[in-house]
Design a protein around this ligand. Structure first.
Ligand code: GLN
Length: 536
């Protein structure tokens, strides 16, 4: 079976298109179909890797080292299908490859144009997904941006062509819109009508509408929307605001029979559905007792999207440990300025220092690590958070006041963290870090081995700086545990505090592989340690 679902959005951004697309994927999987998710991003950057978190939010890294949009993280948490570079299409990549082909003379003297050359490139990338992953039944293609954006036009045109060429039984359009509520409390359908008109002007008749609305739409509103948009009334769905968790959305869609209608539209005979795992997840959500407060100390804290996978991993751990986790976002610059770290961290039960780049706020993170170490509070460091653990140890235990990473202080006397050898001659920024999945071997008697339950693991990386091997002996002698290495022993992958309830930091990003039904082992054990230290 080779079916395509194009998910587009209208009215405005941030309606939860990624979660809606992922939920559709989850529901089709619950009916035994093999799903592959693809994101089309209309920006001209080749990938998300060079964009500031303020512009773009998290950079999600795949096993094969692609630096992608955070929606791929949602796909990974909701669905099981393999995700890699091919699942993330950007305008930058599309143009790069069309221009390269033009230079190679591949267009045989033709004038190279948006239609057909750019649209053909987009189409060939989408159509290649089921050819490469031959077990694919359905490809769900999320088109970034909002209908009406100039940048999205080539993607919608490519979708129109695929729908036309494959036939509407093989390729359908799902359109997500907003139903705003005005002051009188009335729900307004007009923006949705206009949004569908814009789709129709692009030559696409949506088959299914998902309306983001403060409350469930009643029959009257659905009828009105159906009438104005040529969409069947039973294909108008609501994505209501929810106060629980995004993982309830597949259940909410299933209750409205979204999966059934999609199968009908695609001519797939109805299959048995099993959404028990999602129901179980919601039961665990409600059964949690007590609460711990985790201080996430970094920069870019005002934007939730910067660390989406990290917050999700904490949430998954909270489900697994049966306790609520409140994440307290602490801007490390504030800790840097204050002389009274205790007062800012007084009601914090554990510290998490996530990945990050650049010098700002570093000393605040070091103070948070020191506070956790000396107050016996569990600490989890990720990538930059491992560099911080090393700097803090070197400064405060070894007494090397000047210790630093050469990322922040190139001339430090004690460069306990320094540029990876392979990075020394790298000039370009894009796609040049140590990226993607690689193996780590865990040492006996460590938190990391206890968490994973196996010696050899594979996790994803995204960094240029690393533990400086010249200090291995000093670190070991002073008591710091070097808890995991690359299989050749060349790089340190995990360090842990001795004589402390639970302090571990890793060079990789476990959060990228955390799932709601299987929390990342280190996140789970970190929260379990916080829970037992707090005795809740
Ligand atoms: N800035 C550090 C490096 O490049 C850490 C990167 C990260 O935390 N992802 O090595």
């Amino acid at each position: 079976m080779n079916k395509f679902i194009f998910v587009s959005g209208g009215v405005c951004s941030s309606l939860g298109k990624g979660v809606a697309a992922s939920s559709i994927g989850a529901l089709l999987e619950s009916r035994g179909l093999n799903v592959r998710m693809v994101k089309c991003d209309p920006y001209i950057n080749v990938d998300a890797g060079t964009m500031s978190p303020y512009q773009h939010g998290e950079v999600y890294v795949t096993d094969d080292g692609a630096e992608t949009d955070l929606d791929l993280g949602n796909y990974a948490r909701f669905t099981k299908g393999r995700l890699r570079q091919a699942n993330s299409i950007t305008t930058g990549q599309v143009y790069e490859s069309v221009i390269r082909k033009e230079r190679e003379g591949k267009y045989l003297g033709k004038c190279v144009q948006v239609i057909p050359h750019i649209t053909d490139e987009i189409k060939s990338r989408v159509l290649a997904v089921p050819k490469e992953d031959t077990d694919t039944d359905v490809v769900i293609v999320e088109i970034g941006g909002t209908v009406g954006d100039i940048e999205s036009i080539p993607y919608l045109e490519a979708a129109r062509q695929v729908i036309h060429e494959q036939g509407r039984i093989n390729a359908i359009s799902v359109h997500l819109t907003l139903i705003p509520e005005v002051a009188s409390g009335e729900l307004k359908t007009k923006p949705t009508q206009h949004s569908v008109k814009s789709m129709q002007e692009m030559g696409i008749q949506p088959d299914i509408l998902i309306c983001r609305s403060p409350v469930m739409l009643d029959e009257l509103n659905r009828k009105k929307i159906a009438q104005f948009t040529n969409v069947d009334i039973d294909a108008v769905f609501t994505s209501p605001n929810i106060s629980t968790t995004i993982y309830q959305i597949p259940i909410i869609f299933h209750e409205q029979k979204l999966d059934q209608i999609i199968l009908r539209k695609m001519g797939v005979e109805s299959r048995h559905s099993d959404i028990r795992p999602w129901n179980t997840l919601m039961e665990r959500f409600s059964a949690r007792k007590g609460k711990v407060r985790i201080g996430v100390v970094g920069k870019y804290m005002e934007i939730h999207d910067t660390y989406t996978s990290l917050y999700e991993a904490l949430f998954h751990a909270s489900l697994e440990c049966g306790i609520e986790v409140e994440t307290v976002k602490i801007d490390s610059s504030n800790l840097e300025k204050t002389g009274n770290v205790d007062s800012i961290l007084s009601d914090i039960d554990g510290i998490l220092v996530p990945g990050g780049f650049g010098e700002r706020g570093i000393n605040g993170m070091v103070k948070a690590a020191q506070w956790a170490r000396t107050n016996n509070k569990p600490y989890l460091g990720i990538c930059l958070g491992m560099h911080i653990m090393l700097i803090e140890w070197a400064r405060n235990v070894l007494g090397w006041n000047d210790a630093d990473s050469t990322e922040f202080a190139p001339d430090t006397k004690y460069p306990v963290v320094s540029l990876l050898e392979e990075q020394v001659n790298v000039k370009n920024y894009g796609g040049t870090m140590r990226l993607g999945s690689s193996e780590t071997v865990n040492e006996e008697g460590t938190h990391i081995l206890a968490a994973y339950g196996m010696k050899k693991i594979a996790e994803r990386h995204r960094h240029r700086y690393e533990f400086s091997n010249q200090y291995r002996e000093d670190m070991i002698k002073s008591g710091l545990k070097l808890a995991a290495f690359t299989p050749d022993g060349a790089l340190v992958e995990c360090v842990e505090w001795p004589d402390h309830p639970w302090g571990a930091a890793v060079q990789f990003h476990p959060e990228f592989k955390s799932r709601p039904t299987a929390a990342a082992p280190l996140f789970r054990d970190f929260i379990a340690a916080v829970k037992s230290a707090k005795k809740v």
